[in-house]
Design a protein. Structure first.
Length: 128
């Protein structure tokens, strides 16, 4: 994927938001947030996160997720929903649960993991 394609995929247009976490010049992670759906579902937010491998376990994902929740609350959203949390990503699932998200359903085999094969995708939700 080109840089332009990646930018188009990741950068949210207002009123959505895209943020980065950094330590000096080092990029630690990024998050994007916005409405989960248009129309009658637009009162629920969603967010996506990426944390650099070298920054994992240092609270970066937690800080980004907390930021997204504050942003959603300030924007007037009723809740936040994650549509596709890979069930084998135990660090992410545990983090989201610690921040109050619940698994509301799992789509079996919906993610083709490069090592584990097909694993489930959780849908997770919490009010903001």
């Amino acid at each position: 994927m080109s840089e332009a394609q990646a930018r188009d995929l990741w950068i949210e247009a207002p009123p959505g938001q895209t943020v980065v976490a950094r330590a000096g010049p080092q990029l630690l992670g990024t998050a994007k947030m916005g409405a989960n759906r248009a129309g009658p579902g637009a009162h629920v937010a969603t967010a996506s996160f990426m944390v650099a491998t070298s920054a994992r376990g240092r609270g970066v994902g937690s800080a980004l997720c907390r930021h997204a929740l504050v942003w959603a609350r300030e924007q007037g959203f009723a809740g936040m929903q994650f549509n596709a949390v890979v069930e084998s990503n135990h660090a992410a699932v545990t983090l989201y649960q610690r921040l109050g998200f619940e698994i509301v359903g799992t789509v079996p085999g919906a993610f083709a993991h490069p090592v584990l094969g097909r694993v489930g995708l959780h849908v997770m939700y919490r009010p903001v």
